[in-house]
Structure formats: C-alpha cells, structure tokens
Ligand binder design. Structure first.
Ligand code: HEC
Ligand code: HEC
Ligand code: HEC
Length: 114
C-alpha cells in the first residue's frame, strides 16, 4: 500500500473508532456510558452478578410463581430480598432500567423504596 492510501485508511479507522467502540458497548450492555449503580450489600448477589444482569427478570417471575402458586417462601429471591441488599430502587434498578428503556410495572402493587 502506498503512503497516501495508508493515510486515508488510517484516517477512516480513527473516524470509525467511536462508532465501533460504542457499538461494542451497546452489545455487552456495559462499558462506556453505562449507568452508575449503587453497590449491592453483602458482597455477592443471590446468583453470579453476570447471570443476574441477564436473568433477574426471569428469576423474579419464577419466584413469584413458586411463591404464589406453591407457597414456597420467596426469601432472598423475592422482592423483599432485593430490597434488603439493593435498598434504593432509584439508585440501582431504575438507573439501569431507564438506561435500557425498561419500565417494569411491578411498583403499582409492590412497595420498593425509591
Ligand atoms: C445478599 C445481598 C443481595 C441480594 C439478596 C440481592 N442482591 Fe443483587 N447484588 C448484590 C451484590 C453484592 C451484587 C454485585 C456487586 C455489585 O453491586 O456490583 C449484586 C448484583 C446484582 C445485579 C447486577 C448489577 C450489575 O452490576 O450489573 C443485578 C441485576 C441484581 N443484583 C439484581 C438483584 C435482584 C433483582 C435481587 C432480588 C431478587 C437481588 N439482586 C438480590 C447483592 C444482593
Ligand atoms: C444491570 C442493569 C439492570 C439492573 C441493575 C436491574 N435491571 Fe431489571 N432489567 C434490566 C434489563 C436489561 C431488563 C430487560 C428489559 C427488556 O426486556 O425490555 C430488565 C427487566 C426487568 C424486569 C422485567 C420487566 C418486565 O415487565 O418484563 C423486572 C421485573 C426487573 N427488571 C426488576 C429489577 C429489579 C427489582 C431490580 C433491582 C433490584 C433490577 N431489575 C435491576 C436491567 C437491569
Ligand atoms: C396487580 C398487582 C401486581 C403487579 C402489577 C405485580 N404483582 Fe407481584 N404480587 C402481587 C400479589 C398480590 C402477590 C402475592 C402477595 C405477596 O406475596 O406479596 C405478588 C407476589 C409476588 C412475588 C412473590 C412474593 C414476594 O414478595 O417476593 C414476586 C417475586 C412478585 N410478585 C414479583 C412481581 C414482579 C417482578 C412484578 C412486575 C413484573 C409484579 N410482581 C407485578 C401483585 C402484583
């Protein structure tokens, strides 16, 4: 490649960098521009942090079904459990949800301090 072409290629690589970088962050959901989350208490979550990040919504629905249908105590996997380690919805759940554009409708019925 001659010098002129190399310079052009470099120029476009530099131009494209923020796009590629932001694209990658959007895919992982984290990285540059992620919401600031209040740290959970107790050192670790009810499951691996990574797993929770992806699956907490399904977990809550399972807990609800087990609790409401079969009377299994919800414990740490229920909403009161989340509150005990993530006491402020606004500093944790909601900062993430507004970032991804989710708005769970649970709070019409369940109390979760903001
Ligand atoms: C015993 C304390 C404890 C309980 C109970 C708990 N968490 Fe966690 N949670 C943590 C800790 C500690 C972390 C990881 C450390 C941190 O906040 O960076 C965490 C991480 C998470 C994450 C990932 C955050 C991130 O950085 O991506 C999510 C989502 C989450 N918890 C949701 C929940 C939900 C929903 C519940 C209720 C079902 C719950 N947690 C119950 C302590 C807890
Ligand atoms: C690391 C980011 C993050 C954190 C922290 C987080 N959530 Fe979520 N939550 C999400 C994402 C992403 C979705 C999925 C949105 C979608 O599918 O449209 C979601 C969806 C949900 C849903 C399902 C909504 C529905 O109507 O189906 C519930 C319920 C929920 N979260 C509860 C919680 C609670 C409670 C906490 C705090 C204890 C919490 N989340 C913390 C990212 C997060
Ligand atoms: C129309 C009212 C209503 C809405 C909306 C609602 N719930 Fe519930 N939920 C209840 C009632 C009533 C119970 C049973 C009483 C109890 O155990 O608190 C319950 C029980 C639960 C339980 C088991 C008990 C506990 O405290 O953990 C979970 C988990 C739960 N709901 C999660 C959710 C989640 C997540 C959402 C949003 C996606 C949601 N609920 C939306 C009314 C509602």
């Amino acid at each position: 490649m001659n010098k002129g072409l190399l310079a052009v290629a470099l120029f476009f690589a530099v131009l494209a960098f923020p796009l590629i970088y932001n694209g990658a962050s959007a895919v992982t959901g984290m990285g540059k521009g992620s919401p600031v989350l209040e740290k959970g208490k107790g050192g670790k979550c009810v499951k691996e942090t990574d797993w929770m990040r992806r699956n907490h919504m399904n977990m809550l629905k399972h807990t609800r079904d087990d609790s409401v249908r079969d009377g299994v105590p919800a414990g740490e996997s229920g909403l009161a459990g989340c509150v005990s380690c993530h006491p402020k919805r606004g500093e944790f759940c909601d900062s993430c949800h507004s970032f991804v554009g989710a708005s769970p409708e649970c709070w019409r019925c369940h109390h979760y301090p903001v």
